[in-house]
Design a protein around this ligand. Sequence first.
Ligand SMILES: Cc1cc2nc3c(=O)[nH]c(=O)nc-3n(C[C@H](O)[C@H](O)[C@H](O)COP(=O)(O)OP(=O)(O)OC[C@H]3O[C@@H](n4cnc5c(N)ncnc54)[C@H](O)[C@@H]3O)c2cc1C
Length: 557
Amino acid sequence: MISRYLTSFDPSRIRQLKYDYVILGSGIAGLWCALEAMGHGSVAIVTKGPRDEGSTKYAQGGIAAALCPQDSPALHLQDTMDAGAGLCNREAVSVLVTEGPQRVKQLVRRGAEFDQENGQLVLAREGAHGIRRIVRAQGDQTGREVERALIAEIQKSRVDVHEKMFGVDLLTQRDECVGVLGWSVPKGEFVLFRGEVTIIASGGAGQLFDVTTNPTVVTGDGAAMAFRAGAQLQDLEFMQFHPTALASVDESSGDSVSPKFLISEAVRGEGAQLLNLHGERFMPHYHPLAELAPRDVVSKSILEEMHKTHTKHVLLDLTAHSREAIQHRFPTIFRTCEEQGIDPSAQPIPVSPAAHYTMGGVKTGLNGETNIRRLYACGEAACTGVHGANRLASNSLLEGMVFGSRAVTAARRMVDRQQPVAPDLSAIFVPTCPRGREGKPPERLRKELQTVMWRQVGLLRSDEALQDAVTRIDMIQAETARLPEGPKAWELTNMAQLARLVALSALLRTESRGAHRRSDYPEPDNRRWRKHIVLTRRLIDNLQIDAEPDILVEDVK
Ligand SMILES: Cc1cc2nc3c(=O)[nH]c(=O)nc-3n(C[C@H](O)[C@H](O)[C@H](O)COP(=O)(O)OP(=O)(O)OC[C@H]3O[C@@H](n4cnc5c(N)ncnc54)[C@H](O)[C@@H]3O)c2cc1C
């Protein structure tokens, strides 16, 4: 049994702020929504760290869109569908690739400066793209440039950005969302953000895993709080493992460094080859596209090579390029390798897979709408169905903009049509639930959870490992309930609740497809499993949720 709300609170005693649009998160999806919504009402961004912290800032490769005459939305659609291993929602992909080019141009108008040659955008190639179609900034700093440009626009606007404000829970009443309960970390107090519309743009959940490229704030809070509020979650078993994270180790502890630094797929797009520890190139044996095969195929092949050679990494060889060329094309990668004592022009880079992108999330329609009125989701927190079982590289920044715009358009229409929301906040009063005051330190529990997820719900899964993972996660959840109140305990509770749902979904899907691989069911099973797994809470009373969710298995659209 889990509680509907993470904490006990009395809304009548909490400071309230009223807005038309309350947006959770300040990555590309949240910032984009805020810029689209401003001018149509008051807008607040609630974000748990500094405003630029999230996966967006770390994106390297770029943004995919059909921008050159040789390319077309139809070609982009085909590549996306092929990578998605039979689970993409065709209509959603069509929206993504058709509206994508306009959004990239809009991003440029909003101030993002992408690399150009002779006045034309430079287009790069990445894995599973049939053509060069990825725009990038300063070589490998696309995300940083996107955040910079969008934050600069926000700073000129009247959008209120509430930093270091941990979104604790969505407030719901009579099946509609009426806002977000926040916790101001610096002030140590609750704040109630009442919204005509609430948009979840809180990113993915890579931090559920011990080895990940995702920054520490990316813990799946949005999906967990949406689940508690009754929203549907879809495709949770599909976590993308990026094939090439830098295989670095913390010298003092001997532990793997977390988060892992990414060696962008664009490096393989520029011709880098993967070698095993014997120096043999192996990808041509696994897929006709070799190093440019879809990510799931490359990760799986690397895993097999690591297994065969009894090592924890393989090698990415970029030595065919000069030092100057690498430094110019991939300045951040070059610098980070050098800091690790690796000269990528002289020696191959040690790499291994890491949890990278959450394909599943809060189930939405084509306009970001969820099954809860006044609640929308977009960006990595959402599951629009565009990525299917395996995301095509550089489609996610694009998704944040395309579906962010659509969510705000739909929300505006809804606000225009409906009476203003008038919640009876006294009815939301949540009585004190006893919490412990001690237990294992939250950092230790977090590490335990991440280790279970990485080892047992990671790249290769089995019935036995998944069953055991669920038991262990239950134990961690019980320990978490004993922690004193506060953001660390709430965050960990979100992680454990979501981790359990990921493991349950993975257990249910008795096949291998895209990013989900089962040693006991090594092949895809189209007859039974060309379907989505959709989870919702089972409400016991108004304040308790059964740990076992309701499960729907839906056909692919
Ligand atoms: C290393 C790396 C490289 C990548 N490279 C690319 C690439 O080249 N191209 C591409 O398309 N994609 C890339 N991706 C993926 C892409 O960056 C993400 O999918 C995308 O940035 C997600 O944007 P978002 O706005 O949905 O979430 P994020 O950018 O992750 O932002 C989430 C926001 O939500 C906030 N938040 C979370 N929980 C709470 C809470 N409880 N309360 C308040 N706020 C909260 C966070 O603080 C943050 O502001 C990469 C990802 C990584 C990690």
